[in-house]
Design a protein around this ligand. Structure first.
Ligand code: ISE
Length: 337
């Protein structure tokens, strides 16, 4: 492998572009050398801007001997195709969440990776790289305050557009909590439920907003997550872990407090790209380092599969307004750390 990890990005839309920008201007040890997108005109512009080669065919780019590792940032429907192509080519691949549009697609990816005999896939659950969540996890692991018993969490967006509908609160937004809280607690979920509080006047007709997802873990920890995606004040993420001898809170992003006009004001982030910018930088840097050293140390394909099973159970719970049991196969030895 060349000194720098030569990366090919398939999907040059919003998040793909930000990864290209961070890799080629901020991070160390990797360079995006090739891009592909079904919107060829746009991808060609990005290729020119960053001095990369444009490939009309994403799979051809994945197979190219000039590319060492792949980032998949297409729309969800194409994740499976390109992740599978990367596995076949034996290349490390980072795929934005969700790993695949459907649970069955996630399962096929897990099977393909196991059949190939080598872990290659990492899923883009960037909250695991947020310094605040990392602090919480250390405290939980150390057990200084006893066992976690309950978690109260919130996922609030300023507003969403007309394309954002009721299922997306679980599948697009709270899927982040599904992954990061399982990682934080180190255990799988047992049941899911979704309840609807009074609807905000800012939610359009295809969206029930807010929603509360209630998860229980195998050991009985009870978690409530509020998704309020038209909260109309900012992008705000909360996580409170109630333990036997203390309460742990996710730190707020640090912003200077301003005293003015007889008030104290501390700004809140406006959107997720601003709130988690540091987490994205660390995530991609660690992925480059691990790929060069020949390992996957972030969220695996198995983690992507588990998140998708849990989200599907929560969606069923929402649609049937019942508590749904989460059934999962045992984690294969292949994924034991
Ligand atoms: C968006 O798709 C994301 O992935 C963000 O991280 C999340 O916080 C936001 O709510 C989603 O809409």
């Amino acid at each position: 492998m060349a000194e720098e990890l030569r990366i090919g990005v398939v999907g040059t839309g919003a998040i793909g572009r930000t990864h290209i920008e961070r890799i080629n201007t901020k991070l160390q040890g990797g360079r995006v050398v090739a891009v592909s997108d079904i919107n060829a005109d746009f991808a060609k512009k990005i290729a020119d801007q960053y001095g990369c080669k444009f490939f009309a065919d994403g799979e051809e780019m994945i197979q190219s001997p000039d590319v060492d590792a792949i980032i998949v940032t297409t729309i969800d429907a194409y994740h499976e195709q390109y992740v599978t192509a990367a596995i076949k080519a034996g290349k490390y691949v980072f795929c934005e969440k969700p790993l695949a549009a459907e649970q069955s697609g996630c399962k096929r990816i897990v099977e393909a990776e196991i059949a190939g005999g080598k872990q290659l896939v990492q899923v883009g659950f960037m909250r695991r790289y947020d310094p605040g969540y990392r602090q919480l996890r250390k405290l939980v692991e150390k057990h200084t305050y006893g066992e976690p018993l309950m978690l109260h969490c919130a996922h609030r967006n300023y507003e969403v557009d007309e394309t954002y509908d009721t299922p997306m609160a679980v599948e697009n937004s709270m899927i982040h909590e599904i992954d990061v809280l399982r990682w934080l607690l180190g255990e799988d979920y047992a049941t899911a439920e979704v309840v609807f509080p009074k609807k905000t006047k800012y939610a359009h007709k295809n969206l029930q907003d807010p929603q509360i997802m209630i998860l229980t873990t195998k050991s009985g920890v009870r978690i409530d997550v509020e998704a309020f995606v038209n909260c109309h004040y900012g992008y705000d993420i909360k996580c409170e872990v109630c333990c036997e001898e203390g309460i742990l809170n996710l730190p707020e992003p640090s912003n200077a407090m301003v005293r003015s006009n007889a008030s104290r004001i501390t700004p809140i982030c406006r959107d997720w790209s601003e709130r988690f910018v540091e987490a994205y930088n660390v995530e991609i840097q660690e992925w480059i380092n691990a790929s060069k050293e020949g390992r996957v140390d972030g969220p695996t394909a198995w983690d992507g599969y588990v998140a998708s099973i849990t989200a599907a159970a929560a969606s069923k719970a929402r649609d049937t307004q019942s508590v749904v049991k989460i059934d999962m196969d045992k984690q294969p030895n292949f994924y034991q750390k």
